[in-house]
Design a binder for this molecule. Sequence first.
Ligand code: HAM
Length: 421
Amino acid sequence: MNKIRSIKGTHDILPGESTKWRNLEKTIHDICAKFGHEEIRTPIFEETRLFARSVGENTDIVSKEMYTWKDKDNTYLTLRPELTASVARSFIQHSMKNKSPIQRFYYMGPLFRRERPQKGRQRQFHQFGVESFGSEYPEQDVEIISIAWHILRECGLKNNIKLNINSIGSIECRVAYKEALQNFLRPHLNMFSETSKRRFETNPLRILDTKNQDERLLLKEAPQISSYYSEEDLIHFESITRFLNDMGIQFKIDSNLVRGLDYYTRTVFEFTSELVGAQNALIGGGRYDGLIETLGGKNTPGIGFAAGMERFLIAMANTDGKIQSLKPDAYIICQNADYLSLVIQLSNQLREHGYKIIFDPLRRSMKAQLRDANRSGARYALILGEEEIKNNTINFKDLMENTQKTIPQLNLINFFDNLTN
Ligand code: HAM
């Protein structure tokens, strides 16, 4: 019979890897809490129209990449391809605006996009992200960027990332700019790719982030969105760049950065890292002041970002980023199965004191247990042979230094504490 395998673009997170995931998750929980953000968990599937309305019908995500099906009651449902829309839906549904003028969230979990799989791009992937609803001011934008920055720093990625930032202006600014851009592009349209031609009609701003070299060359002559900013747009963007400078966060203004989701207004940003490979966007985010209203809520500004967790882990594996070792502290070896009760007791005592302990549940020979202890990466082997049992002692072997010492069993915790402190 053919073996059943995981679906293309999905991955098992195996033991060993899963510890790295937990470490990353812990960092995210800790830092988001420091910024006053609280965790929100929304369902894995939602009504399709939630994403169509917010992310936009003509975006790649909605038009090509969603896993959608017609349910038995004829409603269209979709596995969530991103989380901002779900959090916004939840914000409206639970009337959170009435509870406090500022609502700060963070989240992590799996998402689904039917993209062509490659390194750093999956069909089921994971994001963590933050969203803040209520403030229209630039200090809120900078606070959000600052959360991303702290997490990157804590993960050891501070020196390997670039922050690109842009303002795509308010809605009025974009309407005027869109027309100017279309007027500029129209005479050259026949030299553009099919994708860009389609975008010319549906979302011409997306042409700005084309990867095609000829198109990029031509776009150098294109009108700039900054010429269409309102005074408020300009003040908002200038304040952000000033605050970022004050905080010592380096950034580059990239006037071609537009991002591929329709809900953005004004600020958009991305953190990229060469450590990930071709799919170099680690974090993407921006302001979405019209989103809540689009989804039927009361007008509320908002801003957030999301980061690909797989990409984070690839980047961390390619640097000396902080990935805590989860090797056991000690491996308890015993000569015969009669001592197992003692082995279990000692293991649990040590675990209660915070140590990572394993022992051999296969009742193998002492030689095989010692081999396994070395393979496990444990620093110490605690050996209970006949002599030790007779004298209520334990043999303490440092597997790194290759030294050993016999101590009373009663002193084990103390001995361990003194060693590791
Ligand atoms: P996004 O740019 O579509 O934005 O995704 C954010 C991040 O998710 C990307 O920078 C990347 O690291 C990761 N990512 C996206 N697609 C994949 C994939 N197929 N495989 C692996 N990783 C992927 C959003 O999703 C917005 N909701 C961000 C946001 C939050 N804006 C405001 N608030």
